[in-house]
Ligand binder design. Structure first.
Ligand SMILES: Cc1cc2nc3c(=O)[nH]c(=O)nc-3n(C[C@H](O)[C@H](O)[C@H](O)COP(=O)(O)O)c2cc1C
Length: 198
């Protein structure tokens, strides 16, 4: 079983990096094959809204997204990790999400069966942290992520989010059991998928 971890923070070794790494380790413990995708190492042009994908389901922009589309489709579980930047996901993550418009077109305009009800079902999970304690701090990012997952038939399987996390390493200091929770979330995602394959 393939699990894809999408690291959406520009900060190497930051809080979401640490959390997602634990999720993937937990998944590997249950036998999954984990792939690590560090968005900061990819060049992803923002969607140009040219509607070039409407008739083909293929994006006309030729850049690193060409390598990422197949990874999304080959994986049974996709985990997106992004810190909150201005009440949303990072620009790195949002560029990837907007470019999934090509998959949206394939699914909803072209009715490609591989992304329809009869197509392969996937699972999606979201990891995030924010510096503030605002009750709504994760709401926007969660909604965005849900609709991103929907483009490739990934059922939203929940999130692990932590408030009051700002400096590098705050995740250890402010939430001492966060990494353990992340490891367990990774194990659980794989076990649930094994028991409910589709
Ligand atoms: C450009 C920018 C915007 C941010 N906006 C928010 C915000 O709206 N709400 C919030 O709670 N934290 C905000 N933060 C704080 C980050 O979410 C926080 O530092 C987080 O721990 C970074 O995660 P990382 O270590 O995985 O990169 C922002 C940080 C940056 C750099």
């Amino acid at each position: 079983m393939k699990i894809l971890g999408i690291f959406g923070s520009p900060r190497r070794g930051g809080n979401t990096d640490l959390l997602l790494e634990e999720v993937l380790k937990g998944a590997e413990e249950e036998g999954a094959e984990a792939e690590r995708l560090y968005l900061r190492g990819y060049s992803i042009t923002p969607c140009k809204e040219c509607h070039g994908c409407d008739d083909t389901g293929q994006c006309v922009i030729l850049d690193d997204m060409e390598k990422i589309y197949p990874k999304l489709l080959e994986s049974e579980i996709i985990v997106l990790a992004s810190p909150i930047f201005f009440y949303g996901v990072t620009a790195w993550a949002k560029a990837l999400i907007d470019r999934s418009q090509a998959l949206w077109a394939k699914k909803y305009l072209l009715k490609d069966p591989s992304l329809g009800k009869e197509g392969r079902k996937r699972k999606g999970f979201f990891i995030s942290v924010g510096a503030t304690k605002g009750p709504k701090v994760f709401e926007g990012a969660i909604l965005t992520t849900k609709y991103f997952f929907d483009t490739f038939n990934a059922e939203y399987s929940g999130e692990l989010v932590f408030r009051g996390v700002d400096a590098k390493g705050d995740i250890f200091k402010k939430h001492p059991d966060a990494l353990k929770q992340a490891f367990e979330a990774g194990r659980r995602l794989v076990l649930e998928r094994i028991h409910n394959p589709s």
